[in-house]
Design a protein around this ligand. Structure first.
Ligand SMILES: [Fe+2]
Length: 184
């Protein structure tokens, strides 16, 4: 059944060319050139009508986190994330409980993407899951990743359609359902 926050993917296609080692990054937030997409991954995305406007990697040491945030404005936007390391790390999603937080303008990250940060007092948790491997994830709902034990590298493909419009979870789920655990 479709989960609005997180759906585990069965994917055996390498996301990036072999020459790019995700676990070699040393900065917390890294942008990856689109021509690093593995040809097999490119072919698969093309066959589904999915485009990837940008790719980024988040690297966190144990105990580090970036706080509760939405990627861009609040809404329904997805990514495919591949998580390397980060044993027992957990992603938690929240609903916004303070309506003033809904009007906040986005900030810009070091790699020129947008996000909005929220205080814990403005949100309340709605879902959590320990993530290992590849997932279709909701990033338009406030979320945080807690990483208690080991270095964690998260490779993110932002998902859009052929016109460049970002895909919602229902749209992404429909396109990817043959690759989602338990979907039918
Ligand atoms: Fe995020």
């Amino acid at each position: 059944m479709q989960n609005l926050y997180c759906n585990k993917l069965n994917l055996n296609i390498p996301p990036l060319k072999e020459e790019y080692d995700v676990t070699s990054v040393t900065t917390p937030h890294t942008s990856v050139e689109l021509d690093m997409i593995h040809p097999a991954m490119r072919e698969w995305l093309d066959s589904l009508g999915i485009t990837v406007p940008w790719i980024e990697i988040f690297y966190r040491k144990p105990g580090q986190h970036g706080g509760v945030h939405t990627d861009s404005i609040p809404g329904d936007f997805t990514k495919i994330n591949w998580i390397y390391g980060g044993k027992n790390s957990k992603m938690i999603w929240y609903k916004i409980t303070n309506s003033k937080a809904l009007d906040r303008k986005p900030n810009t990250t070091s790699v020129e993407t947008n996000y909005i940060a929220y205080a814990m007092s403005e949100v309340s948790p709605v879902y959590a899951e320990e993530l290992l491997g590849a997932y279709l994830l909701q990033v338009g709902v406030p979320h945080i990743v807690l990483n208690p034990r080991e270095d964690r590298y998260c490779l993110c493909f932002v998902l859009a359609d052929k016109t460049g419009k970002r895909l919602t979870m229902p749209e992404s789920y429909e396109l990817l359902k043959d690759y989602i655990n338990g979907a039918g």
